[in-house]
Ligand binder design. Structure first.
Ligand code: AP5
Length: 222
């Protein structure tokens, strides 16, 4: 099953991706995580990306497309994948379509997490990330439990989660990424999901959609 996760910054894509990977065996391909890993390793790509990410701007399409192209070609995606944070512009979406057509591959569903702006700002201002594991938490809504084995002093705020940068990211989402909703609606693979409420309730809504896709695919295969 190949999926795209669409939704504004702070909608819960990364959080829910963990659960989808665990239950459906798909690989998460997160462009944000990949870029941050390049920044940590101080690669050429990381140095370019940092200038954009820390200011809350999008990294140029050509940089992203090259990175994702390599990932789709060389990583183990036999059991399917979840594209988290890609595509984010119409240019990236049309390029993805071409890349998939060349590989005789396709996207089964685009999951669109819908959360009001006020809630997004609350979620992002309280988000803390573990510098050791990269796992994301929320000080109030999703604090680490004992099972997470995380030390509170390892939790840091992402540079782009500062309030001014968050507002810029939300504006860019509206201008550049939101048009993709119509793009995928026309392809009849878009599923809008209410992203508010408890983590488990949001996940149950996602599961309802994924289970119906799973069933249809199995029926097709039979
Ligand atoms: P990226 O890392 O992809 O950031 P994003 O899309 O802005 O998404 P976030 O990680 O901020 O939010 P999320 O939806 O994953 O929310 P989360 O689950 O953490 O990209 C960062 C940057 O990289 C971009 O700004 C850009 O510069 C660059 N980039 C990446 N991809 C690119 C591309 N394709 N093209 C160009 N540039 C690109 O949840 C947020 C918080 O809310 C957490 O604290 C969580 O615990 C909490 N939470 C989650 N669900 C709930 C809930 N139901 N109730 C209460 N709290 C909740």
């Amino acid at each position: 099953m190949n999926l795209i996760f669409l939704g504004p910054p702070g909608a819960g894509k990364g959080t829910q991706a963990q659960r989808i990977m665990r239950d459906y065996g798909v690989s998460q391909i997160s462009t944000g995580d990949m870029l941050r890993s390049h920044i940590r390793q101080d690669t050429d790509l990381g140095r370019i990306a940092a200038q954009y990410i820390n200011d809350g701007n999008l990294v140029p399409d050509e940089v992203i497309v090259e990175m994702i192209n390599k990932e789709l070609k060389y990583s183990d995606t036999d059991t399917g994948y979840l594209l988290d944070g890609f595509p984010r512009t119409l240019g990236q979406a049309t390029t993805l379509d071409k890349m998939l057509a060349e590989q005789d591959d396709y996207i089964d569903a685009v999951l669109i997490l819908d959360v009001p702006t006020q809630e997004l700002v609350k979620r992002l201002s309280g988000r803390r990330v573990c510098q050791k594991t990269g796992k994301s938490f929320h000080l109030e809504y999703n604090p680490p439990t004992e099972a997470d084995g995380v030390n509170m002093e390892d939790l840091i705020q992402r540079e782009d989660d500062k309030e001014e940068t968050v507002l810029r990211r939300l504006k860019i989402y509206d201008n550049e990424t939101k048009p993709l909703i119509d793009y995928y609606k026309k392809k009849k693979i878009a599923f809008k999901i209410d992203g508010t409420g408890k983590l488990v309730d949001v996940y149950n809504r996602i599961k309802t959609i994924l289970n119906s896709i799973h069933k249809t695919k199995n029926l097709k295969a039979n």
